[in-house]
Design a protein around this ligand. Structure first.
Ligand code: PLP
Length: 421
């Protein structure tokens, strides 16, 4: 088997030589011999973040202490980091803020959007989302609906294919994730947003599996609100803050309910009455986590001098090469690839269904290839374009082939479930 496929290794190397992003790998501190197919779950450590964290800890915190809120501009980080994210999502300045987690930011946006709708047209009381959305999105929507049960707010979870039919005049907010975390199915943001707007529905987009890899033009597509993740394709580190986008046209009326002091117009007046800051900064709640935010800030420098289109093209190239190599190794008969085949309909990961997906993933990890298992039976393989090589994809498939053909996944050690999968 290995011999006849030697030409595929040669071809992988040829693709690496013509990859304009190849040198970007040098910006990461990746363990040698590891193939990391999980940059969509936790982006790897960048050298810039490593250095920056050391400096923040020893100098800014250790030596300068509280002075650093001013001298190191800690206080401005939620805005300055957001200004680096804005070009990656097609947002003009003053519409993005970096803070909290996606879950918390979704609560702010959903509540703010609902308040806007209920004030204008009290008949609009439904939040529509997908059954297969990332669970936190549904949980947050349900929690908010429970809180607003007196207003009869309801959450409707519908199938991805039924979204267009679900858009009607009693819907207040549509909450969707562009790229499905499990299957990789991708919504057309521009098209769905336009359809929703025909019914005066406000739309919130979750860009967790998009920011830093999918081409996004939020302003041009008239997106209302969005959230995105700092620790996935943006490589901000474990638990890095998320970001939120509020379109300029909504900012005058938009009010979110987590009225913390950091969103106050004059936080250091310590006034007993809440007075929101104008603009995007009123979406802040409490004190930012500076260590995490500094790491994200530093990691974003990796995006200097690359365009999102280049990242997207390479991610698609890696994804398609993976699928081609699976076929060349006859692995497509062993797994069911549940990701859409059409390039325009998917994101930068591939979902392979297999009865033993969990154990296969563990066996792959034991062999230095890290991917994700997603319940109930999915092996999720992510193609982060900044550091992955075509040769990595070749190595990963070769190892997967051995695990599957020799049924290594049946070993008991690969079948023990861990807390985080
Ligand atoms: C990863 C992910 C999240 C994470 O939410 P946090 O609150 O930041 O932990 C949310 N939504 C989607 C679609 C995700 O993939």
């Amino acid at each position: 088997m290995t011999e006849p496929l030697q030409h595929l290794l040669t071809e992988s190397k040829r693709r690496d030589r013509s990859d304009i992003l190849f040198e970007k790998r040098q910006a990461f501190d990746l363990p040698a011999d590891l193939v990391y197919l999980d940059g969509n779950s936790l982006g790897p450590l960048t050298l810039a973040a490593k250095q920056r964290i050391e400096q923040v800890v020893s100098k800014e915190w250790g030596h300068d202490l509280i002075r650093s809120w001013n001298t190191a501009n800690w206080i401005d980080l939620p805005v300055s980091v957001a200004e680096k994210i804005a070009p990656l999502i097609g947002a003009a300045p003053h519409q993005v803020i970096c803070c909290d987690s996606i879950s918390v930011n979704l609560f702010k946006l959903l509540a703010g959007a609902l308040r806007q709708c209920l004030a204008l047209t009290p008949v609009r009381r439904r939040i529509v989302t997908t059954v297969d959305n990332f669970p936190t999105d549904g949980y947050i929507a349900q929690g908010l609906a429970d809180l607003l049960s007196e207003h009869d707010v309801k959450v409707d979870c519908v199938a991805e294919t039924d979204i267009e039919q679900a858009l009607s005049d009693d819907v207040a907010v549509l909450l969707l994730t562009e790229v499905n975390f499990r299957t990789g199915y991708r919504f057309d943001i521009q098209k769905i947003t336009a359809l929703a707007h025909q019914h005066n529905i406000l739309v919130i987009w979750d860009l967790a599996h998009s920011a830093g890899v999918m081409p996004l033009s939020l302003d041009e597509w008239h997106v209302d609100f969005a959230v995105g993740c700092g620790y996935k394709y943006l490589n901000g580190g474990p638990g890095a803050p998320a970001f939120m986008y509020v379109a300029a046209r909504h900012q005058a009326q938009f009010r979110q309910p987590l009225q913390g002091w950091m969103g106050h117009a004059k936080p250091f007046d310590f006034d007993a009455t809440y007075q929101p800051q104008s603009g995007i900064k009123q979406s802040l709640a409490g004190t930012p986590g500076i260590l995490s935010m500094a790491a994200l800030d530093a990691s974003l420098s990796v995006f200097d001098s690359v365009s999102v289109n280049q990242l997207y093209e390479k991610a698609m190239g890696l994804t398609e090469w993976f699928v081609e190599l699976l076929e060349a190794h006859q692995l497509h008969t062993q797994f069911t690839n549940i990701s859409p085949r059409q390039r325009a309909q998917r994101g930068a990961h591939v979902a392979l269904a297999h009865e033993h997906a969990y154990a296969i993933c563990q066996a792959w990890i034991a062999d230095n290839v890290i991917a994700d298992f997603r319940a109930p039976n999915i092996l999720r393989v992510g193609f982060s374009p900044l550091f992955l090589r075509y040769e990595d994809v070749y190595i990963a498939v070769k190892k997967l082939h051995r695990i599957v053909t020799q049924q290594q996944y049946l070993n008991a050690e690969f079948n023990v479930k861990q807390g985080v999968t």
